[in-house]
Design a protein around this ligand. Structure first.
Ligand code: 5AD
Ligand code: SF4
Length: 440
């Protein structure tokens, strides 16, 4: 028998949806009487909230479990209870108990049961719950606690797109939208708890609908919550970019001029093989419409290099798409075959050295554009939401409307929105001088 844990530590890997789920799991454990600790090496219960998207992310879970046990053993402590949550839990289920002897395995749609599973494990049986019940977990979670100035709110989960390389439709299930009223209530609770910015989350966030409204209509309602200064959303699929959402970018001042819109590749044959259901041209035309609605919008994307069968000429089409769009920032990955996905069995798997070379060239182009975008904001005035203290004395860090990190020296408080003039730009952050917004 393990003892009932008194302290807990949640470690989230992967996407922002995991960060949100991790916060909600922490709230559950706190409501159950446990106390948070920042130190995984000292916690009675360690929850690893895992990511399955690429092979490296999955392997990290197993090495982390080993490391936590070792640290606690070296400190002479009893072995901690280990719970594996998130997408690896969903995908591997009982296999994790076999391979790593963990105490609890809980999937992303079942974590509201975590306190019960922990109690079961304390009573001596490894506890597993990877159900995807029809009734949503959200109604069974405790109220939101104090949050930082920038907070996440999951409004949509799951994916029906079945891109051929991707595990998400299997680990997170089908597309489900949370009800309108529940989202508005949670947004108000977050603002009451200290949020000034809310990022709406979903694997396909722009597929959110309540049957009548689209995400643009939801954003127009959230815009009216007093005290909520900024709204963002991520991640979007090009095919779910409704006219209503594009119009919201034109009309809603609190909707920040930033859009993460993954394209993955620039060649139509590759896009077809990926089952992306958009073409290079339809994506570029969509970008034109979005820019017409909001000319200063900063664009971000995701890219995969070395998808099975990708030729040099097809990869060159990705580079030329990058040139055509001019991203403000982006994420790029080497293709990683995921067991059970169609692409894992496709002919023409690309050699590791070729992928390395393509990733290097793609990242050079993306970094060049990011630097260009940052440099173009020098001299501009913009609002910065202060999120935390910097490393230097008196330094504060925040975000520009275009999601750039801005550092400044001022007696601003966390949660303040100050107007700054951008004085210099580096590859990853900007320096600003406050011109307004501070209390006298
Ligand atoms: N290999 C590499 N990258 C992947 N992504 C999703 N699945 C894979 C995979 N099997 C990337 C996509 C997606 C992002 C979240 O992760 O670019 O948009
Ligand atoms: Fe994965 Fe494609 Fe769904 Fe995005 S849209 S989660 S890449 S299947």
């Amino acid at each position: 028998m393990k003892r009932t844990p008194k302290t807990y530590h949640v470690k989230s890997f992967g996407c922002q949806m995991n960060v949100y789920d991790g916060e909600r799991m922490a709230e559950l454990m706190a409501a159950d009487g446990m106390v948070a600790t920042d130190d995984a090496g000292a916690a009675d219960l360690v929850v690893l909230n895992t990511c399955h998207i690429r092979e490296k992310a999955t392997e990290k879970v197993y090495s982390d479990i080993g490391r936590i046990r070792k640290t606690q053993g070296e400190a002479g402590r009893a072995a901690p209870m280990i719970a594996v949550a998130g997408c690896v839990a969903q995908a591997e289920g009982a296999e994790i108990v076999r391979r790593a002897k963990v105490d609890v395995v809980v999937g992303p749609q079942a974590y509201h049961n975590l306190p019960r599973l922990v109690a079961d494990a304390a009573a001596g049986t490894p506890a597993l719950d990877t159900d995807m019940p029809l009734a949503s977990k959200f109604g069974q979670l405790p109220a939101r606690r104090r949050v930082g100035p920038s907070s996440f709110l999951t409004v949509q989960e799951g994916c029906d797109k079945f891109c051929t390389y991707c595990v998400v439709p299997y680990t997170r299930g089908a597309e489900v939208s949370r009800p309108f009223a529940a989202i508005v209530d949670e947004a108000k609770a977050l603002v009451d708890a200290g949020a000034r910015e809310i990022t709406l989350l979903g694997q396909n966030v722009n597929a959110w609908t309540d049957g009548e409204r689209d995400l643009g209509a939801l954003i127009r309602v959230l815009d009216r919550i007093p005290g909520l200064a900024r709204i963002r959303y991520t991640t979007s699929h090009p095919n779910d970019m409704t006219q209503g959402l594009i119009d919201a970018h034109r009309d809603v001042e609190s909707l920040m001029p930033f859009l993460h819109l993954p394209v993955q590749a620039g060649d139509d044959r590759v896009l077809r093989a990926m089952n992306r259901s958009h073409t290079r041209d339809s994506y570029l035309r969509l970008i034109d419409r979005i820019r017409a609605a909001r000319p200063d919008i900063a664009l971000s994307g995701d890219f995969i290099v070395g998808f099975p069968g990708e030729t040099e000429a097809e990869f060159a089409a990705t580079l030329s798409l990058v040139d055509a769009v001019g991203y403000a920032q982006a994420f790029s990955f080497k293709y990683s075959p995921r067991p059970g996905t169609p692409a894992a069995d496709m002919a023409g798997q690309v050699a590791a050295e070729v992928m390395d070379d393509r990733l290097r060239r793609l990242q050079a182009a993306l970094n060049r554009d990011q630097q260009r975008f940052n440099a173009a904001t020098v001299g501009a005035r913009c609002d910065v939401l202060i999120e935390r203290r910097g490393k230097l004395p008196g330094q504060m860090l925040g975000k520009s409307p275009w999601l750039q990190s801005v550092h400044l020296t001022a007696s601003a408080a966390i949660g303040d929105i100050v107007t700054v003039q951008i004085a210099h730009a580096g590859p990853n952050s900007l320096g600003g001088i406050v011109t307004a917004g501070l209390a006298a």
